[in-house]
Write a protein that binds this ligand. Structure first.
Ligand code: FES
Ligand code: FES
Length: 166
């Protein structure tokens, strides 16, 4: 049995030390907000925070987490900053199918914790590992800016710009 601290609670996981955190969250603890995409640290769908850093839970063994604090999307709204991010996501209507969005939100929350007023380049660098098949990148950037500044950002259409829409 391995004890991991998730969203402020010590949880017991009956699994081997090399079980990926994503498996423990979804299959053992029943916390399905964090998504499985690629399983090899390439898509960002499984992003959670460990000690405030955005990490890929699909490749993080639970045996490495004995003194760590894990935060998942289920708890992101418990902080003032997290509430602002959630509201901005709603105001900007970021979500399309939604599959990548918990990972996007966790990466955005880690960015704003470390850099409360990020530039476009800062946002793009921090979010570059979060893939969205629906192409919500421009709205993700808008929502992060709104959460950072507190100002409503005018809605934009997605430009015909290969770099911006990746
Ligand atoms: S599922 Fe972890 S990065 Fe894709
Ligand atoms: S909203 Fe569909 S994959 Fe990102």
């Amino acid at each position: 049995m391995i004890s991991i601290n998730v969203n402020g609670e010590d949880r017991q996981v009956d699994g081997p030390e090399d079980m990926p955190l994503l498996w423990a969250l979804r299959d053992v603890l029943g916390m399905t907000g964090t998504k499985f995409g690629c399983g090899v640290a390439q898509c960002g769908a499984c992003t959670v925070h460990v000690n405030g850093q955005a990490v890929r839970s699909c490749v993080l063994p639970i045996g490495t987490l004995k003194d760590a604090k894990v935060t998942t999307v289920e708890a992101v709204g418990q902080s003032e900053q997290g509430k602002k991010i959630q509201q901005a996501w709603l105001d900007v209507e970021v979500v399309q199918c939604g599959y990548c969005q918990s990972g996007q939100i966790m990466s955005a929350a880690a960015l704003l914790q470390h850099n409360p007023n990020p530039s476009d380049a800062d946002i793009d660098a921090a979010m570059s590992g979060n893939i969205c098949r629906c192409g919500t990148y421009v709205r993700v950037r808008q929502a992060i800016k709104q959460a950072a500044t507190g100002e409503k950002v005018a809605m934009q259409t997605i430009p015909n710009d290969a770099e911006a829409v990746r």
